[in-house]
Design a protein around this ligand. Structure first.
Ligand code: SME
Length: 148
């Protein structure tokens, strides 16, 4: 079974919280350059980390909407790819080995409710293919959220 089908199946059969944990683990386990994977959910004016998988915890468990690449993606309600985090002043540093990042919004009933955040140790790791794939995963999570 391909990864997208596996994610769809796991998200469908779980409650929302379990679905988030399954998602971050499956993504990190199956894609070698997805080195740290997290899901933040929007609570008022903050993004709150709900599930993550990676070599270490981040200090950024709550991110105000005005900050970081995560805040930018939420404010602009679009996927943001940063090919070289060290060259982007908006980047909120978490791990010294991170080189690139993708943040993909999760929408539910046309409103942003959260986002998938992935850090890679590889420069320019994320392409349009990752964006399309992760936006589909975000649709599964948004649908799950709507029913939870
Ligand atoms: N780098 C993110 C903060 C979250 S960590 O990557 C886990 C940002 O710039 O918003």
């Amino acid at each position: 079974m391909d990864l997208l089908s596996m994610l769809r199946q796991e998200i469908n059969k779980a409650d929302f919280e379990t679905a988030l944990h399954k998602t971050v683990t499956l993504l990190r386990d199956h894609v070698s350059y997805y080195n740290w994977v997290g899901v933040y959910m929007l609570e008022g004016e903050e993004l709150v980390l709900k599930a993550w998988d990676g070599p270490q915890a981040t200090q950024h468990v709550r991110i105000p909407l005005g900050e970081g690449i995560c805040g930018l993606a939420a404010r602009e309600q679009r996927t943001v790819i940063v090919g070289d985090v060290n060259a982007d002043p908006r980047y909120l540093a978490c791990f010294p080995y991170t080189r690139s990042e993708i943040v993909v919004p999760i929408f539910s009933n046309s409103k942003i409710v959260g986002e998938i955040d992935i850090d890679s140790d590889t420069l320019d790791a994320f392409t349009e293919k990752d964006q399309k794939f992760l936006e589909e995963v975000a649709v599964f999570l948004g649908e799950k959220y709507a029913w939870s």
